[in-house]
Design a protein around this ligand. Structure first.
Ligand SMILES: Cc1cc2nc3c(=O)[nH]c(=O)nc-3n(C[C@H](O)[C@H](O)[C@H](O)COP(=O)(O)OP(=O)(O)OC[C@H]3O[C@@H](n4cnc5c(N)ncnc54)[C@H](O)[C@@H]3O)c2cc1C
Ligand code: FES
Length: 266
């Protein structure tokens, strides 16, 4: 694992993706070239009132320009501050942190399940897989949100040439209902030996993906979220229960875990 670095980086690009979603590109960050899909950066917020850093999965990197992109939704105090950042503002970044996804073999069908703000590391995974020669037609990208407003970066995902399947709870885009419904239908019809399942999103969705993986005997990985006071394995503030007993730290034993390993709360 690459040693993390802690550096200030500037906001070099900011995009408003609508409905309180934003993309920030931060540079120069010398750790950018070694960041892999599933890894995250821990960001100190420029506020004396907020002590803990916030974790953000990396959505893309440009190693030549030492750029790191994060995509977030304004949720609470920390992301409210991030949403107000402007081009030229500086942020303190610690990373890359955490265990990344393992790439599937080139002939494997990748079934990717993204829920809400869990899509950035999976978009990064799909992008890197294609860059490494994976046929985009072997990537089934299931993306769900509460409504169509919660589904962002659709043109970027479509441009990748992957098979995109949308779901919304209210039926305003794609299939109506939870994203895991169409995933199960797909698995039932297309179950193959050479298949891997990947997920990132709310806990209930992750639990459902974990159950699907076990039910259909498809291996894969899930990226978890947890409150992360230190981000580097010291405070034990991020522990999750393992099915086999014992605990793991999401920040450094994860955030990416094999399907079937973590006892996911719902
Ligand atoms: C590995 C990982 C990847 C993530 N990737 C993304 C992403 O790509 N996009 C995205 O939008 N969000 C992502 N998150 C969630 C993100 O870190 C924030 O928790 C979330 O955006 C809400 O932050 P906030 O500061 O706006 O909320 P707040 O309401 O300020 O914080 C939520 C609550 O958590 C507490 N809290 C916050 N941070 C900590 C901490 N470090 N230690 C202890 N308590 C804390 C606060 O005190 C508050 O009670 C990720 C989280 C993890 C762990
Ligand atoms: S956040 Fe401190 S051990 Fe994981």
């Amino acid at each position: 694992m690459t040693k993390p670095t802690c550096e200030d980086a500037l906001v070099v690009k900011k995009r408003d993706l609508n409905n309180d979603y934003f993309s920030l590109v931060l540079a120069p960050f010398s750790g950018a070239k070694s960041i892999k899909p599933g890894q995250f950066v821990h960001i100190r917020l420029p506020s004396t009132d907020i002590y803990f850093r916030r974790a953000f999965s990396v959505a893309s990197v440009n190693p030549a320009k030492k750029e790191v992109e994060i995509i977030f939704k304004v949720f609470g105090r920390g992301t409210k501050i991030l949403g107000k950042m402007r081009k030229g503002d500086s942020l303190d970044l610690l990373g890359p942190l955490g265990v990344p996804f393992s790439f599937p073999l080139k002939n494997e069908n990748a079934v990717i399940v993204a829920g809400g703000v869990g899509f950035p590391p999976l978009m990064f995974l799909a992008e890197k897989m294609i860059e490494k020669g994976h046929n985009p037609k072997l990537i089934e990208f299931f993306y769900g949100g509460r409504s169509r407003l919660e589904l962002v970066e659709l043109s970027r995902l479509r441009k990748m040439g992957i098979k995109l399947h949308l779901s919304t709870d209210d039926g305003s885009a794609g299939n109506k209902g939870h994203v895991t419904g169409p995933v199960e239908q797909y698995l039932k019809k297309n179950l193959k030996e050479k298949m891997k399942l990947f997920g990132c999103g709310p806990e209930r969705m992750l639990k459902a993906v974990d159950e699907l993986g076990l039910k259909y005997n498809v291996k894969g990985q899930l990226a978890l979220e947890a409150l992360m006071p230190c981000g580097v394995g010291i405070c034990l503030g991020c522990v999750v229960h393992l099915k086999a007993g014992g605990y793991a730290r999401v920040c450094c034993d994860g955030p990416v875990f094999e399907i079937g390993v973590v006892n996911i709360a719902s």
